[in-house]
Design a protein around this ligand. Structure first.
Ligand code: NDP
Length: 246
């Protein structure tokens, strides 16, 4: 397998850590961003204890200038970004009639506008080098909608439109662009949901359990391989059978 430079946004989170680990173990040079230097250092030490060295750079994906500086810092430290995983995300759940503009824009900025902010400084280099792999981490709730998540579902659904347009524009430059849409995965994001709500969610999952971060990482890594060069504009739903639509 070719060794590449990969940037995984939100790599210190639950799913992000699994993606960083998986790509690192495949031999790639992996970078991610942080916003809190002290927390990032703790995380870096934990990864180093596993034998995984990660290139850490500061960066807020919701802020265009910060995202561009983050990409340039990765390039300076580890070389041009060849694999990009737009994974950083947040939720600010509430029913729409109570939703504030701040809750709406925070979620759209972090989940959807971040795709512009991070991909824009990366794409020209990928086109010039005629190789690239871009994977968006969307969500089951971008496919089916979710009570209390109009902001999140809208942002995650928007990532699909982004993916399929970018896939068309860049296919002849050796760049594939795909989306992975996880169902409910046992990370802090989901464990923050009250237990009784979580139990109701699990009851709706045919496989009968929450997903594991490694199961998402495995799919992301598959899209980044040389062998996946004919897969572009795809959405891979990984949700234990929870939603079987598009
Ligand atoms: P976590 O909350 O565990 O991790 C989120 C990561 O994103 C953290 O590293 C966080 O960094 C980073 N992040 C958040 N906002 C920003 C920002 N503005 N700039 C830079 N980094 C930021 O979430 P998960 O691992 O669970 O989720 C990862 C992705 O998967 C998200 O896009 C999420 O929407 C999606 N997803 C998750 C599901 C789940 O069940 N967990 C289901 C479906 C989709 P910091 O520590 O600085 O906040």
């Amino acid at each position: 397998m070719s060794q590449r430079t990969a940037l995984v946004t939100g790599g210190t989170g639950g799913i992000g850590t699994a993606i960083v680990r998986y790509l690192s173990r495949q031999g790639h040079r992996v970078a991610t961003n942080y916003r809190d230097a002290a927390r990032a250092e703790e995380w870096r030490k934990r990864m180093a204890a596993e034998g995984i060295e990660v290139c850490l750079v500061p960066g807020d994906v919701a802020d265009p200038a910060s995202a561009e500086a983050m990409v340039r810092a990765v390039e300076a430290k580890c070389g041009p970004v060849e694999i990009l995983v737009n994974n950083a995300g947040i939720t600010r759940d509430t029913t729409f009639h109570k939703m504030t503009y701040q809750q709406w824009t925070d979620v759209v900025n972090t989940n959807l506008n971040a795709c512009f902010n991070v991909t824009r400084p990366v794409i020209e280099g990928m086109r010039a080098r005629k190789w690239g792999r871009i994977v968006q981490i969307s969500s089951i709730n971008g496919q089916k909608g979710q009570y209390g998540q109009a902001n999140y579902a809208a942002a995650k659904a928007g990532m699909h439109g982004f993916t399929i347009s970018l896939a068309q524009e860049n296919a002849r430059f050796g760049i594939t662009v795909n989306t992975v849409s996880p169902g409910y995965v046992a990370t802090d994001m989901v464990m923050a949901v009250p237990e009784e709500v979580r139990e109701k969610i699990v009851a709706q999952i045919p496989v009968g359990r929450l997903g594991k971060p490694e199961e998402i990482a495995h799919a992301v890594a598959f899209f980044t391989t040389d062998e996946a060069s004919w897969i572009t504009g795809a959405n891979l739903a990984i949700n234990g059978g929870h939603y079987m639509g598009w």
